[in-house]
Design a protein around this ligand. Structure first.
Ligand SMILES: [Mn+2]
Length: 343
């Protein structure tokens, strides 16, 4: 059961820092997803409610994907382009949520100047940086689930209004894939029930925040699926998104979201892998596994910038997309060949 008792000492440190703060910064790693956006907006509400004297700034290195424009308070999210003044300001407390400061781009130097640097996450992996306060709970399905528990502690006592619940719910459904992934717990379902009772439009949050695709993203999906191939006796499915497809379709990074799930839900496969050519010589991969293979271990073994969970992982390779495919698919074939022999 998730509760905030284990974070009492961190919250006791955070309280005086926020009580005396004039300016607070909230940020998250680039390429923000539903959990990241929901977390930043929910945390802003938590701070504004309990510490109304504080000026809160949400600043991200990259502009938010258009799909999140419907969320309450989303207009408060700034980028260095829309809020250049941030570089000249000093912040008393800076938060980074749902990932480490190493991926915060241009916001990193501003974060590092803050007196108190706070890290709130549900992944253990990115906690190495010497933050002043770390609140990490790998048992939380999503970062917004962790924030919800913090929000209901005596340190915040955030009112559960519809807007706040929408923000928490988006992170919850995004990271659990609508309560399908193995990080879903009875507690996350109970939390969803509690949120739904406030009467917010959960259909809209699910459809606009998760399922809707732009027309060009639909084309990108269809093109990528039509290129899919099977290897390892049909146990591995893979496809790739070359840079020229992104350019041809006029697609944004966010348009790639969810394509891997279509590959993964193909009958008979055990592992799905999608290669994204970010630029010539730089390739990102996403991996999904039904459980027989630990794809996070594979990603970590193949690149220093690899990691994730047993069933969902990713990695970054300083290699061409063709060489990355050769390496990763070769390893997958070897793995399933060996697994086949031992059966
Ligand atoms: Mn998350």
């Amino acid at each position: 059961m998730l509760n905030t008792d284990k974070f009492i000492s961190q919250l006791q440190q955070l309280e005086p820092a926020l009580a005396t703060a004039r300016r607070v910064l909230i940020t998250a790693p680039g390429n923000a997803d539903g959990d990241s956006v929901g977390s930043q907006l929910a945390l802003q509400r938590m701070i504004r409610h309990r510490f109304p004297q504080v000026e809160v700034t949400i600043l991200n290195d990259e502009a938010l994907p258009g799909r999140y424009r419907f969320l309450p308070d989303v207009d408060t999210v700034q980028t260095p382009e829309t809020y250049e003044e941030a570089f000249g300001k000093s912040y008393d407390v800076a938060f980074i949520v749902d990932g480490g400061i190493d991926r915060a781009g241009r916001v990193r130097p501003i974060f590092e100047k803050a007196k108190t640097q706070v890290f709130i996450d549900h992944h253990q992996v990115s906690a190495d940086y010497p933050y002043s306060i770390k609140i990490v709970d790998p048992h939380a399905s999503s970062n917004t689930e962790l924030l919800y528990y913090l929000s209901q502690s005596p340190f915040f006592e955030t009112p559960l209004d519809r807007d706040f619940c929408e923000q928490i719910y988006l992170g919850l459904v995004f990271d659990t894939g609508f309560f399908r992934h193995s990080n879903t717990t009875p507690e996350s379902m109970e939390l969803a029930a509690k949120l739904l009772r406030t009467g917010f439009d959960f259909t809209r949050v699910g459809e606009r925040g998760m399922l809707e695709r732009s027309f060009c993203s639909l084309h990108l999906l269809s093109e990528t699926l039509s290129r899919a191939k099977l290897i390892a006796d049909g146990r591995v499915i893979w496809s790739s998104i070359p840079l020229k497809s992104m350019e041809y379709q006029g697609a944004e990074c966010d348009d790639r979201e969810g394509i891997i799930d279509h590959l993964f839900l193909t009958v008979g496969i055990q592992v799905a892998v999608l290669f994204y050519e970010l630029k010539p010589g730089l390739t990102k991969i996403s991996l999904r596994s039904h459980g027989s293979m630990d794809v996070a271990a594979l990603a970590r073994r193949l690149t220093v910038r690899g990691g994730g969970h047993r069933k969902a992982a990713g990695g970054l390779f300083e290699m061409s997309v063709e060489n990355t495919q050769k390496l990763v698919l070769g390893e997958l074939e070897k793995h399933f060949e060996a697994a086949g022999l031992s059966q």
